[in-house]
Design a protein around this ligand. Structure first.
Ligand code: HEC
Length: 397
């Protein structure tokens, strides 16, 4: 008797709950959470996500879409955790060591708004009743940010990324097909599919000179204003692409179009390239933590640093670039204290930094080897700089 009641009760509850779930799945999850915040998705949160998350969290993109309340609400707790652990948005640089134009880190205010929203019951807000509606503009995933490039090259034409592919970097040789020398002004990758691609770094193949890096958050890689790099007729590029499989997406193309923009006539100054690299690979023993690898270079003529592309490689926990001026003044240029090899980034200085001749540029990378094989660490940093600008023209009569 008792048994039967119980079974019937459970069945009735199951049917009731079942139909409820079918009608409004998201309500089941949220109805018992009291709303204790005035911060709402459709106002404050969507605006922050537009600036710092939609580069990767939209439909057809590298991770789950977070553009509508319906999409974002189930992730509220996960969002809070990712932000507290500094995993999202991926941005490794510590604040206070250089100021960067492409800084993706959340401001203190943005963090407190998101935490208040997530802790306060993650309300949608009254501005929009429709939970499927995108309250703010969602940028397009494809296309050229700065209009049609002068040359469009195919990268990795036949490459496919398997759904379970672990993170992996591959290199492709790309012919520019240039008939005459051209001055490079800027470049951009337009991936065929964003779901399997993490970044692409572009080098001039013969010299190995770094030309620019594409990431979902820094799509265009310009030369410093008024400066360019000359590409010779017939120049070839070496394009390095970071891939990672995407289980939800299945197999996706790993190809992309690389757009190059040229100056119409020679720019006022050539961009300079500074490399800091350790001469030989240093072995980091298995299970070793905090192994330090250091390299440096001294600049011979005064220069102005515009962007930094650190490449500490596998196993790196942090990488640091410091300028030591001839008078002994130490200038921290960049400290990536939260380095993730699967989320590399170039760092574009907000205000280029001028350094006198004789300045030492020192790179320090720290490695944790969690694997049971030695890691060959050979960190390098590429820097794009320009000659110091001439003093403002004297008044002419
Ligand atoms: C550069 C791309 C990028 C940006 C910008 C970014 N994310 Fe992510 N996010 C990812 C990827 C890719 C994943 C999947 C996990 C991984 O591979 O790191 C992820 C995972 C997550 C997850 C966990 C989802 C899961 O599958 O477990 C949450 C939550 C999240 N991101 C929230 C955010 C928020 C909030 C922002 C903005 C403040 C943000 N992300 C910005 C790329 C990005």
């Amino acid at each position: 008797m008792r048994n039967r009641t119980t079974i019937a009760g459970v069945a009735a509850a199951a049917i009731g709950l079942g139909s409820y779930l079918m009608l409004r799945p998201e309500i089941v999850e949220t109805r018992h959470v009291p709303i204790t915040t005035k911060i709402v998705f459709n106002r404050e949160i969507a605006q922050i996500f537009q600036k710092k998350c939609f580069q990767c969290h939209t439909d057809g993109n590298v991770s789950v879409p977070l553009t509508t309340y319906k999409e974002a609400r189930p992730w509220a707790v996960a969002i809070k955790e990712e932000i507290l652990e500094r995993k999202m948005p991926p941005w490794g640089a510590a604040s206070g060591y250089g100021h960067f134009a492409n800084d993706m880190s959340l401001t203190g205010r943005e963090i407190s708004l998101i935490l208040s929203w997530a802790d306060g019951g993650a309300p949608s807000g009254v501005l929009l009743v429709d939970e499927d509606k995108q309250p703010v503009y969602v940028p397009s995933l494809t296309g050229w940010e700065h209009g049609e490039p002068d040359v469009v090259l195919k990268v990795a034409a036949d490459k496919k990324v398997a759904p379970d592919a672990p993170y992996r970097v591959e290199r492709f040789d790309v012919a520019t097909g240039l008939k005459s020398a051209k001055w490079l002004r800027s470049l951009q990758l337009d991936p065929a599919d964003r779901r399997g691609i993490r970044y692409a770094a572009i080098y001039e193949a013969r010299s190995g000179r770094w030309l620019g890096t594409w990431t979902p958050t820094s799509k265009v890689s310009p030369m410093p204003a008024g400066a360019g790099v000359q590409l010779a007729a017939g120049a070839r590029l070496s394009v390095e692409v970071g891939y990672k499989g995407n289980v939800e997406a299945g197999e996706v193309p790993g190809s992309g179009d690389l757009g190059l923009y040229f100056y119409e006539k020679a720019p006022s100054q050539p961009a300079q390239s500074i490399e800091i690299a350790s001469a030989a690979a240093v072995n980091v023993a298995p299970a070793k933590t905090g192994e330090r690898v250091r390299a440096q270079t001294t600049i011979k003529a005064a220069t102005t640093v515009a962007s930094i592309w650190p490449r500490p490689g596998q196993g790196a926990r942090s990488v640091e670039v410091t300028a030591i001026r001839p008078d002994g003044v130490v200038d921290p240029m960049l400290w990536v204290n939260n380095y993730r090899a699967d989320w590399p980034s170039a760092y574009i200085l907000k205000e280029p930094v001028s350094l006198p001749a004789g300045t030492r540029l020192v790179m320090t990378a720290y490695y944790d080897n969690a694997t049971d094989a030695a890691i060959a660490a050979r960190p390098a940093v590429s820097i794009t700089a320009v000659p110091p600008s001439r003093p403002a023209a004297t008044l002419e009569r």
